[in-house]
Design a protein around this ligand. Structure first.
Ligand code: SF4
Length: 371
């Protein structure tokens, strides 16, 4: 049986240069090809007119260019756009574009489904179907950029959609390398944010390898009891182990460490919780994003009272912690934090139809998303 073709987008610039060299071609051609892929966002090798016809034929014989089919594009009343992409194997993923006052943020998926089993997340109900390849992650950015007047309109990319990014470490890091490449999108590390539910060895590896992207840790609780109930990963790596790893994050770097804290009414939103959070984060240079949760129907949670959210935030600010409140975006199209669709339980709205399943994403008041 013929193996499925690799995406050319799976290759970093260095990888493509190596492939060209092995083929007896000039490695510098990789830069040209990258420019066609990510500056001109070519849809076909034939568009690469500065590349010889023979080379184009060779590329077409060896690689697939693109492969994400738009299954649906949903527009929210708040301006968010949710893309549902069908992959060549029939699986579906989702990507959310969130417009801000001055810039857009794109929330990308890194896996089909997720193995982490967080209790408040609908993606968790799917389990892990498979990892996305680096090319499938990068293509989400290309697809969204094609709809904008200028690809630079995507200012931030957050790896906070479907999946646990650090569970697909190699492909996520490869996609970061491609997105950062000057001959392509040229994102600085400050504009890329990788989210994790708390895979401690992968966090350590991320820090050790100096991956040039912000790290966002989904904390969501201040005691092991509550965190384990919400996030089974806490059984393996508890708060102490997680925060010890976070303390290794380089304080002087230009990239940033953020803690995401989804506020669930009556579960983790008290002032006592806020006080404990201050203690836990003592000495860690970080920012805290508070995300009032809007539970989808069927989950045993309720949104926090907004007064409590503000009081929680005030407590953190009073103790010198940088804390923002992030409002969920795209709720009417099930693109907001935790508002996921899963199989037959998918709500049927204006656009919705039964689907394989999406995303936990939310946007901060000013910028980013969170899964
Ligand atoms: S919240 Fe994130 S890590 Fe947890 S199950 Fe959902 S997608 Fe996975």
């Amino acid at each position: 049986m013929t193996p499925p073709m690799e995406y050319i987008e799976d290759y970093t610039l260095a990888g493509l240069s190596r492939w060209l060299a092995a083929e007896g071609e000039k490695p510098f051609r990789a830069k040209q090809i990258f420019q066609w892929l990510y500056r001109h966002m070519a849809r076909d090798f034939e568009e690469m007119t500065s590349v010889s016809r023979a080379m184009r034929a060779k590329l077409a014989g060896r690689f697939r260019l693109g492969g994400l089919e738009r299954a649906a594009v949903l527009h929210s009343e708040d301006g968010s756009v949710k893309y549902r992409f069908r992959l060549p194997d029939g699986n579906e993923i989702e990507t959310v574009l969130m417009p801000g006052a001055s810039h857009n943020t794109l929330c990308v998926s890194t896996q089909v489904g997720c193995a982490m089993g967080c209790d408040f997340c609908m993606t968790a109900r799917m389990g892990l179907v498979r990892n996305l390849t680096a090319g499938e992650i990068v293509q989400q950015v290309v697809q969204a950029a094609r709809d904008l007047p200028d690809r630079a309109f995507i200012r931030n990319v957050v790896f906070m959609g479907m999946g646990e990014p650090l569970h697909n470490y190699d492909n996520v890091v490869r996609s970061i390398e491609t997105l950062s490449e000057d001959n392509g999108f040229g994102f600085s590390g400050r504009r890329l944010t990788v989210s994790t539910s708390g895979l401690v060895p992968a966090i350590r590896r991320f820090i050790r390898e100096g991956v040039h992207a912000n790290l966002a840790v989904s904390l969501n609780a201040v005691t092991d009891e509550v965190r384990t109930a919400l996030m089974p990963v806490n059984r393996r790596w508890n708060l102490e182990a997680l925060l010890a790893a976070c303390r290794e994050f380089p304080a002087e770097s230009r990239i940033r460490l953020t803690f995401e804290y989804v506020l669930l009414g009556g579960v983790n939103d008290s002032l006592a919780d806020a006080r404990r959070l201050v203690k836990l984060l003592h000495g860690i240079k970080c920012k805290v994003n508070l995300i009032p949760y809007n539970p989808p129907p069927g989950l045993p949670y309720r949104p926090p009272d907004l007064e409590r959210v503000r009081a929680f935030q005030r407590k953190l600010l009073d103790h010198g912690l940088l804390a923002t409140v992030r409002l969920s975006r795209g709720q009417d199209i099930q693109a907001a934090c935790g508002q996921l669709i899963a199989g037959e339980t998918a709500p049927r709205g204006r656009f919705a139809r039964p689907t394989r399943g999406p995303i936990g994403s939310a946007a901060p008041v000013d910028t980013v998303a969170g899964g």
